[in-house]
Design a protein around this ligand. Structure first.
Ligand code: THU
Length: 133
């Protein structure tokens, strides 16, 4: 099973695939499945801006489309022109998308330009997710 640090390395590799000609903000994500499989994702922008997809949802949709529904952690990195500066936190849409499949103890890992690692749980980042259906 990958550690948070190893998962962050996978996210950094995935960031290289980002297609972000409009914002120039590159994001990479690596999602760890309960069985140890890792799915990576990057952001993919579009000239019609609203069509763009975040790195976290790219990884999540790849994993779910291939039969995985149980996840333990995600690592996320991002920065202007692909250079990591500060921690890159997931947008609200990605938090809600993840909420369909993860529990409160699911972990997020972040890193910055100093190499510090920050980790948080899903309940830290989205304490009152909508899950009424
Ligand atoms: N982005 C992500 O990939 N993940 C997030 O959680 C926040 C934002 C992307 C979307 C867009 O391509 C770029 O970063 C700037 O918003």
């Amino acid at each position: 099973m990958l550690t948070g640090e190893q998962l962050l390395e996978k996210a950094k590799e995935a960031m290289a695939g980002a297609y972000a000609p409009y914002s120039n903000f590159f994001v990479g994500a690596a999602l760890l499945c309960e069985d140890g499989t890792v799915y990576t994702g990057c952001n993919i922008e579009n000239a019609a801006f609203g069509v763009s997809n975040c790195a976290e949802r790219t990884a999540l949709f790849k994993a779910v489309s291939e039969g995985h529904r149980d996840f333990t952690a995600i690592a996320i990195v991002g920065g202007r022109n692909g250079v990591i500066d500060d921690y890159c936190y997931p947008c609200g849409v990605c938090r809600q998308a993840l909420s369909e499949f993860v529990d409160k103890s699911f972990k997020f890992y972040f890193t910055n330009d100093k190499g510090d690692i920050s980790s948080m749980t899903f309940s830290d980042l989205l304490p009152y997710a909508f899950n009424e259906f």
